[in-house]
Write a protein that binds this ligand. Structure first.
Ligand code: PHE
Length: 343
């Protein structure tokens, strides 16, 4: 390597050099500035180069050397004060506070309901939030253009390429369909999940909310089995043992009912919750329509069953005295923190 190449590569090396500790700074000093160091060697060589090169490199070599010296000086200084700083850390100070997370009020209610049904042999099933028409409507006995579709204001997702349109599921009943399509009875599932309806947002209603669906299909399942199961639920969840079933209508159940629990009218809050009737509306339910079983590949001549579906927001609002449903979706930490103790 010629003399000029050596100077060239030295410039690069010095440029890139860095030291993270006093030790490294000292190693650098020995390597470049020590009595057998790179500069010593170069200055020895310098004596033998032509006078033209002497003129060219003399000043540069001296400048490089002072630069390297300044570097070492700088490192030793700054690293020393850093190390001093580090040794000043007060290990007796209390640690940084990491607050534990809290369970969301909807999760508290959901997990409680899952536990209640788990105890009588129901397992959890899930399905997608973006659904096709078949699983949200058609298989559930809502024929196309049927007015019952208007019972639920739907968010539609148009396929820009003219293919099949999708919907944001309007109820968790779509999971009933998926479960029956993929399993033969006995089926005992609950399906918790988010659902969506195109409704104006206010303190009382939201376009997003949560439901839990229940489905039980086997040989010889009757309306009496449904009533028993719902009584067990009312007792476990609300601590109330009186329920009533009012006739209602859903396209996918026949007969259909609304289940109310007798809440009582002991204080002002009871009047408010039950609108002065003493009864609290809890869920829709009914015997699965044979046409639905048929659509899902289950023989209605052999099997029967019941289904039910309930919203979670109202229960959470009652239990935790949440005055506005929007708070449930805003995820304001000041709100969420309050459920800490409920974990
Ligand atoms: N899917 C119905 C709703 O969202 C509730 C329901 C579920 C009714 C299952 C009967 C059986 O209103």
């Amino acid at each position: 390597m010629g003399f000029s190449d050596k100077v060239e590569s030295l410039i690069g090396e010095l440029e890139r050099a860095s030291a993270k500790s006093q030790d490294e700074a000292e190693q650098f000093r020995i390597k470049y500035l020590g009595s057998k160091g790179v500069f010593k060697e170069l200055f020895n060589e310098f004596k033998q180069v032509s006078s033209e090169e002497k003129r060219q490199f003399g000043k540069q070599l001296n400048q490089l050397k002072s630069k390297a010296e300044a570097k070492v000086e700088h490192w030793k200084h700054s690293l020393k004060s850093e190390e001093k700083q580090a040794s000043k850390i007060d290990l007796t100070r209390p640690g940084m506070l990491v607050e534990p997370g809290a369970k969301h009020p909807i999760s508290i209610i959901k997990d409680e309901i899952i536990d209640i049904f788990h105890a009588i042999g129901f397992s959890v099933a899930e399905g997608p939030e973006i659904e096709d028409d078949w699983h949200n409507f058609s298989a559930l006995n809502f024929p196309p253009e049927h007015p019952a579709r208007d019972m639920q204001d739907t968010f539609f997702i148009k396929d820009p390429n003219g293919g099949e349109d999708y919907v944001l599921r309007t109820h968790t009943s779509s999971v009933q369909v998926r479960t029956m399509e993929n399993n033969q009875p006995p089926i005992r599932i609950i399906a918790p999940g988010r659902v969506f309806r195109n409704e104006a947002v206010s303190a009382r209603s939201h376009c997003i909310f949560h439901q839990i669906e229940g489905l039980y299909i086997d040989k010889g399942v009757t309306f009496a089995d449904m009533k028993q199961t719902l009584e067990y639920f009312a007792k476990s969840f609300f601590g109330k043992s009186k329920i009533r079933l009012r006739p209602s209508y859903f396209p996918f159940t026949e007969p259909s009912a609304e289940m109310d629990v007798y809440w009582g009218l002991e204080n002002e809050l009871d009047y408010r919750i039950t609108k002065g009737t003493g009864w609290l509306e809890v869920m829709g339910c009914g015997m699965v329509d044979p046409a639905v079983l048929d659509s899902c590949g289950i023989d209605p001549e052999v099997y029967s069953g019941f289904a039910f579906g309930m919203g979670l927001e109202r229960s959470a609002m009652q239990r935790f005295q949440i005055p506005d449903i929007r708070m449930i979706f805003e995820n304001d930490v000041r709100f969420l923190k309050q459920f800490q103790s409920a974990i």
